[in-house]
Design a protein around this ligand. Sequence first.
Ligand code: ADE
Ligand code: ZN
Length: 334
Amino acid sequence: MDLESYVRVLPKAELHLHIEGTLEPELMFELARRNGVALPWKSVEETRAAYAFEDLQSFLDLYYAGAAALVCEEDFFDLAMAYFERAAADGVVHAELFFDPQTHTARGVAYETVLNGLERACATAQRRFDISSRLILCFLRHLSEEEGFATLAQALPQVARIHGVGLDSSEMGHPPSKFARLFARCRELGLHVVAHAGEEGPPEYIIEALDLLQVERIDHGVRAFESPALMARLAGEQMPLTVCPLSNVKLCVFPTLADHNLKAMLDAGIKVTINSDDPAYFGGYVGKNYVDSAAALGLGREELKRIARNSLEAAFVSDAERAPWLARLASIEA
Ligand code: ADE
Ligand code: ZN
């Protein structure tokens, strides 16, 4: 079996995926036309050509501009179905989708419109592809904690429709401590909690996410590498990191994939997972993230299997749901 086929047959969970980041330019243009929305680009080709980023913010500026094409419930349904189709082809058995309600409510799109479309896609994906999924509401960290509380208030009447909360958008200057009260409230509500930390921000932001937000996973976390004490803590606590290798290269966190610290973190005993972040913008879905990382870093098949196992173990599902996936994974020969 070649490497691509081997990666494809590994049952895996995708735990770091912004659904707005799966908006391919073709669908973006189709939705913009359907909704009469003007985009800042003239064509699909011009849009793709604009995807040369120098840092997280230069990406976010385009990502928020593209999200303007999403208006109706059907748009969110079509968006998520396009993702699930690709995920199924990559052997994803479970996906936890981040969504950014504030990006949409700020443009007058109702919270329910977003949720209805995504939820209907999740149910359809279960039937059509046998992929289970969860929705994780992300707060935009460049906005205030008060605005985060207002978003939580919108979600509250139907809080059971979401499974957890996360924290994304511009990291520098917006430390996890800014959202300590909001996350405490979310934990009281029984929601799972995760946060982006240590993508561009320093190791201290990871420590704040652990100690103040009490997160159950760290999204990215690659700058933990600068602190041996934090590395030892992450390994000791078996704290999952949702690493996104192609994203990190596109956003210039590492100069090339060969420079990525994913293998070093794995070797240090950290519970690393591989994910795609915003695959429409970063040049590849989760399968390509596994394959390209393996090629650039010399990951062996047992290591790829371990990463897939980590993803299943770190998923917010019951042990009864997890067991058949783990059994299937264990049966695969390297
Ligand atoms: N929103 C979408 N993708 C993101 C990323 N990689 N980091 C922070 N916020 C994001
Ligand atoms: Zn992300």
